[in-house]
Write a protein that binds this ligand. Structure first.
Ligand SMILES: [Zn+2]
Ligand SMILES: [Zn+2]
Length: 363
């Protein structure tokens, strides 16, 4: 094989399917045959141009695939070989900057701006830096996790949203038995947070959403939420007080997209000393009515979250392999590579009559 099909983004809302050369692999790198690529909320932002990415570039940062070729040294260092199925982490750390050395490799900027799959332009050799393709290049600094091969690719590829659930709803806020967890937003990350908080032994899980989220809120209950709140029809502050016996939530995970209001509201839902994790991107809008005195008065901890860490990816992969959670209920759409645009617009809710929760491309 000398060429590969790849979806190239050339401008906001402009994707083209191209045939690109497959690069040679040296001793330290590898070539991945992409089996599936999850469609992320940030893929929508990349597509529309809200998330600035140097273009042209191949999108796709949630790759699951088979090692097609691998250099000897890479095989030794990564502990995988040709034919193995791997989940590939989005970020490609430099390994030497202060963030990397101090254990925060997910915010590494040692190789220029955000360096990870989907975010490196086509002009940077060898070009195949995204998983909306039949084949993807694996840089020597890639982080890969072996995944069992007998699972359907569209389920195994959920390691990414589920990994985010573990990091944002469990690892960062240190969620455990006795904690009341409130999740703002019932998208794929919100639902993944429900699953992770449940596994961590949360006492009660509450999820908020809008009227149009009815199907997602029902699914949240199936996946382990105790209560759901429609913030458009109910007084959410009063409901949280009522459910928690006046205490408020110990852990709040903010994963609603674009709307900044839930960030301000989260301070009212919080118990004394609560941990609030902010992971929903708001298009760099300011938060109106943000009353910082509530942070002081309740000694709240606000923590931003960008991406996933190896520890949470591992937790997600083990949970997927265990078969303990009916993840198929979250998976709504498979798309062919040539339908990448439709896949993104389905997740974005731009296709009438379709509710996309977890969508993936199967090249
Ligand atoms: Zn993602
Ligand atoms: Zn670094």
């Amino acid at each position: 094989m000398k060429t590969t099909r790849a979806v190239v983004q050339t401008a906001p809302r402009k994707l083209e399917l191209r045939e690109l050369p497959v690069p040679d692999i040296d001793d330290d790198s590898a070539l991945l045959r992409v089996e599936a690529c999850g469609i992320c909320g940030s893929d929508v932002e990349q597509y529309t141009g809200t998330l600035p990415v140097r273009l042209p570039a191949i999108p796709g940062h949630e790759p699951l695939g088979i090692i097609e070729r691998i250099g000897d040294r890479a095989a030794k260092r990564w502990g995988v070989d040709v034919g193995d199925r791997v989940a590939v982490e989005t970020m490609i750390p430099c390994g030497h900057c202060r963030a990397c050395i101090e254990g925060r490799y997910q915010v590494c900027r040692g190789r220029g701006s955000m360096f990870g799959y989907s975010y490196v332009p086509l002009s940077h050799p060898p070009g195949l830096w995204g998983a909306y393709a039949d084949f993807m290049y694996l840089d020597p600094m890639s982080l890969v996790h072996r995944v069992r091969k007998d699972l359907p690719a569209s389920i195994a590829v959920m390691f990414n949203p589920l990994g985010a659930g573990f990091r944002w709803a469990v690892e960062i806020p240190d969620t455990g038995p006795g904690d009341i967890v409130l999740i703002l937003g019932p998208g794929q990350r919100g639902l993944a947070s429900v699953i992770a908080a449940r596994v961590a032994g949360a006492d009660q899980i509450i999820v908020t959403g809008l009227t149009r989220d009815a199907a997602k809120l029902a699914l949240a209950k199936e996946l382990g939420a105790d209560h759901v709140i429609n913030v458009e029809e109910e007084d959410a502050r009063a409901r949280v007080r009522e459910i928690t016996g006046g205490r408020g939530a110990d852990v709040i995970v903010e994963v609603s997209s674009y709307a900044p209001e839930p960030v301000a509201e989260s301070l009212y839902y919080a118990a004394m000393g609560a941990r609030i994790v902010l992971a929903g991107i708001k298009g760099f809008k300011a938060v109106p009515e943000f009353v910082s005195d509530l942070i002081v008065a309740k000694e709240l901890v606000l923590h931003g979250a960008l991406g996933v860490t190896s520890r949470s990816y591992r937790a997600a992969i083990r949970l997927i392999e265990s078969g303990r959670v009916p993840l198929a209920k979250m998976h709504t759409h498979d798309f062919a590579l040539e339908d990448a645009e439709k896949a993104i617009r389905t997740l974005a809710g731009e296709i009438t009559g379709e509710t996309g929760i977890h969508c993936c491309l199967l090249p």
